[in-house]
Design a protein around this ligand. Sequence first.
Ligand code: ADP
Ligand code: MG
Length: 249
Amino acid sequence: MLELSKVSKDFDGLRAVSNVSLSVKQGEIVGLIGPNGSGKSTLLNVISGRFPVTAGRITFQEHDITPLSPDRIFHLGLGRGFQDPSLFYQMTVLDNTILPAKAQKGENPLFAPFKRFWRQEEHQLAERAYEILTQIDMGRLFGQLASELSGGQMKLLDIARSQMGNPQMLLLDEPTAGVAPPLAQSIFEHIANLRQNENMTFLIIEHRLDMLFNFVDRVYVMHMGELLAHDTPDEILENAEVREVYFGD
Ligand SMILES: Nc1ncnc2c1ncn2[C@@H]1O[C@H](COP(=O)(O)OP(=O)(O)O)[C@@H](O)[C@H]1O
Ligand SMILES: [Mg+2]
């Protein structure tokens, strides 16, 4: 479904991602791990179109998405979540969920003055948003301001938002960072349910390996911008090179 071929990304002479090739099949949950600064977030930003690649090629389904904008990539069905959710804190949970949805006519300056054109669509978006929020047990919080949420609830809201365009695949950057263990577990259970029930595909950066490894099919390990290893969770835990750079063995 997603394929990276020899992808590199430089920042002012610093090679943050170097020659990375990887692939994710439809319906898989794949982990991306590595020490701080190893290039994981940069790689996600390159895939989602936020940063242009320096070299290499990225395909999503049959499309070459290498040169596309984040907006175009999102519309092809590849969504993402953020390490730091950057919510609209003075807006409600429901409005935060709806905001990034596809093709909102009310935002189009041509339609904005004509409420009757977008009232129907906004109503449908609100219903879908409420449904998603209910799945993650946040339905009752729909009218609350985002600023009133706990850190864990903010991460959940970010995942809810990323689902709004009904993406076929999601890229998630540390979906449980700063989240208490029981809620972190339920975030991963939610991800597993999305795979099970909606056949969604995931590439997930996570530093909580004990949690991650219960849910992923395969793991890629990055170190200093390069791919160090790629295997099942059990094999990764046994890999001497990985243990050395990652666990300090
Ligand atoms: N926008 C940026 N501009 C310049 N350097 C960056 C930028 N983003 C990341 N880097 C650098 O790229 C390297 C990899 O960072 P990052 O991808 O955030 O690692 P990780 O997510 O694995 O912790 C680091 O050296 C970081 O300082
Ligand atoms: Mg990061």
